[in-house]
Design a protein around this ligand. Structure first.
Ligand code: ATP
Ligand code: MG
Length: 265
């Protein structure tokens, strides 16, 4: 079985390595896991140290060229290697790469439309093409790929891509069986303020309504858009849940339940 797991920056709690013990166990059992990570809060923290503010448009971080260096250092350096360390301590030969390695993620600058004008978000990219060969090579060699969401443009320069985009497009390219997007919320909520308002099964028709009502905002927008794309692209199951639910992943993969939102077409 091939699975892609994305963990949000808010979930990377390095003090609690138990979090990752379950993923390590799955790898030991022979599941082909590709782990994609975000890092929003950590990037914000390091930018603040430099006196720079973080701005978001549609859940995407505005990344002026002068912020790109810090963004890449935090994602592909600090966080990526911290994760690799966690897996190494659990006996898993993790290999930390970014989307720039091996032409894994080819990107282009992304311009969200606002009316009839294009908004320039700086070095924010979208993933145009995924070349998953490196992931296959790592799997064949017995390594766990840990992937930071940085893509390369035509010139080989780095682009900051939303980690949900990276994970979903990678899942399609790998024809993964399942895609899991773990974040700091129990799943898609009817009311963001109410953690009990979890929507367990979310259909595309309902997503459109929630979006129109303004109930899906910020960082949840890329997640649900990518959930749909992944399903249409051949991934059989997409699940949005809270990081701590990773504990129940083995149970879920064996046919059991896990708290979160299953997105269906
Ligand atoms: N309807 C909704 N249900 C749940 N969360 C929502 C909803 N609308 C907006 N959100 C927001 O989406 C956020 C999750 O996305 P966010 O981008 O902040 O985190 P992430 O993707 O896990 O981390 P990273 O961006 O670092 O990868 C939640 O913290 C919540 O505030
Ligand atoms: Mg996000």
């Amino acid at each position: 079985m091939k699975i892609v797991v994305k963990i949000g920056g808010k979930n990377i709690d390095f003090k609690n390595e138990d979090y990752f013990r379950v993923l390590a166990q799955l790898v030991k059992e022979g599941i082909r896991l590709a782990l994609v990570h975000g890092g929003g809060p950590q990037i914000t923290k390091f930018l603040e140290k430099e006196g720079r503010e973080s701005q978001f448009v549609e859940g995407l971080r505005v990344t002026p060229p002068q912020d790109m260096e810090i963004t890449e250092m935090v994602l592909s350096g600090l966080l990526n290697k911290m994760l690799v360390g966690i897996f190494h301590r659990q006996g898993i030969p993790a290999c930390g790469i970014s989307g720039r390695d091996g032409f894994l993620l080819e990107g282009e600058k992304y311009y969200p439309a606002s009316g009839d004008r294009k908004v320039d978000l700086g070095r924010v990219g979208e993933v145009k093409k995924v070349n998953p060969r490196l992931v296959h090579v790592l799997w064949e060699g017995g390594f766990l790929p840990v992937i930071s969401p940085i893509a390369a443009d035509r010139e080989g320069e780095s682009l900051n891509v939303n980690a949900d985009w990276a994970a979903a497009r990678l899942a399609v390219a790998l024809q993964a069986d399942k895609l899991f997007l773990f974040s700091d919320v129990p799943g898609v909520l009817r009311d963001v303020e109410d953690r009990d308002s979890l929507i367990e099964v979310l259909s595309w028709a309902e997503i459109e309504i929630l979006k129109e009502e303004g109930k899906i905002r910020g960082g949840m927008i890329p997640k649900i858009e990518m959930a749909e794309e992944a399903l249409r692209g051949g991934v059989k199951e997409v699940f949005i849940g809270e990081g701590k639910e990773m504990e129940n992943l083995p149970l879920f993969l064996a046919g059991g339940k896990m708290r979160g939102t299953k997105v269906v077409l």
